[in-house]
Design a protein around this ligand. Sequence first.
Ligand SMILES: [Zn+2]
Length: 314
Amino acid sequence: MSAPNLLFWSFTEAIAMIQSRFSFLHAVFYSMAAFCLLLLLPLSPAHAAQSGFDQVPLPLTIAKPELALKGMLQQGSLIVGKTLKDSKVSLNDKPVAVTGQGVFVIGFNRDAKPEQRLEIVKPDGTKITETLVIAAREYDIQYIEGISKSIMQPNQESLKRIRKENAMIRKARESSSQHTGFLEKFIWPTQGPITGVYGSQRYYNGEPRRPHFGLDIAAPMGTEVIAPASGTIVLTHPDMFFSGGTIILDHGYGITSTFIHLNEVLVEEGQQVAQGDLLGKVGQSGRATGPHLDWRINWFATRLDPAFLIGLNK
Ligand SMILES: [Zn+2]
């Protein structure tokens, strides 16, 4: 463009040119802004919901900007927490696994001490210490008669079998997968009246024995047992000494469901199941006096009360 030509430009032509450049710049600006918004979308609250924490149906017990806890601070309960991404979490100095979104789960046993120390080390190194006050519960006493002598006093061969089976169960419950099925709203694994609850002290044929840790749901032999939440099958056994037909389902981060006294086991170890998938059929195998499903929940070796997960304990 030579200088003399500029002299012939009219004012309106100049404005038109500026306007066309301006609208071009506008177009560039808006498309870049839209692109940036797309990039920022994963950080928006809508995405935060994908962490699963917002789906947890338990009541909110602690709500702070850097630490939220859902659950009941009671013996046998499960607590789901959410903190900043890349934080480190520990309960009574034991490390707790945290998901990529900063979500974690912890649990308290039947006789948990009233004070539990939860510590969060944020990505910048600063600490949050929260003393969780766990309410004590009162447990029922249950008398069960009619247990056979061979079950009450296992012989040497049976004791060997019991030890082997207990080791298999322990190992299955140690599995710590990255599954997030524990964040789902759990559904009943079968339907029927509740005939046994968590924590009750049990007397078998009049002798005091270990407390009961499951939720017993009475149902006719052959009633379907379904997955209360998604996960991976980590143990199946057709007939264990005490528990009979047994399935352990890993919901991730140490949370497992155990289903016992089954008549039929219809899944295999390593199988992925979705919530509601058929797992097996109700039976009365092992130490059982009638057909029922005994459903247990663990956080690793810690035995929890399944009632918290289906909104029974309020
Ligand atoms: Zn039971």
